[in-house]
Ligand binder design. Sequence first.
Ligand SMILES: CC(C)(COP(=O)(O)OP(=O)(O)OC[C@H]1O[C@@H](n2cnc3c(N)ncnc32)[C@H](O)[C@@H]1OP(=O)(O)O)[C@@H](O)C(=O)NCCC(=O)NCCS
Length: 178
Amino acid sequence: MRTLVAGELSLEPQTAAHAEEMFAVLSDPAIYAFENAPPRSIDWLRERFARLESRQSADGREQWLNWVIRTPAAELAGYVQATVRADGSAAIAYELASRHWGRGLAKQAAQAMIRELAEHYGVRALFAVAKRDNSRSLRLLQRLGFTLAAPELHEDRRIEPGEVLMCCDLGSREGEAR
Ligand SMILES: CC(C)(COP(=O)(O)OP(=O)(O)OC[C@H]1O[C@@H](n2cnc3c(N)ncnc32)[C@H](O)[C@@H]1OP(=O)(O)O)[C@@H](O)C(=O)NCCC(=O)NCCS
């Protein structure tokens, strides 16, 4: 994994060394209004980040890529992540501390990651699962060029009630994420 430049942001490959700083970022309760829960402790997060340094799933079939987002003020704002499959598809996700919302930082970071996925990981199709009520995340996905996936894809990917599957075909929108 490489460090990516996203305008004024820098995306650093996530390592265990980021755990302490990221614990503070990820302890913001606003992040969890729709799903998940904050990390239990710095040690727990460090151990998790250390495991993720393998950059792959336990069965080795998926690449698990995580980048932390560093602002021009040198502080961490959150992360972007991708789960890359051998069939050229990737699921993406992101979390930023709420004091960094509403400034386009998530979009900038996600666009840089998507460009990297297309150019260096052979990704042609993107997916993201969002809670139906998570309008901020859905707005971000729409700004990135995602649309609602077909009902049969919702079934294939076992999308739960209350969630939506969004998708984006990179082949049909050359250059748009740049
Ligand atoms: C989802 C999440 C990353 C979105 O963050 P965000 O800051 O709203 O997204 P963006 O970076 O695209 O910022 C867009 C907002 O900044 C505003 N903005 C200001 N300046 C901007 C600029 N130069 N460029 C783009 N947008 C700008 C936009 O108007 C927009 O606000 P609006 O949606 O109210 O119109 C954030 O809400 C989050 O971390 N949520 C918790 C975790 C989560 O739900 N993750 C997703 C799970 S599916």
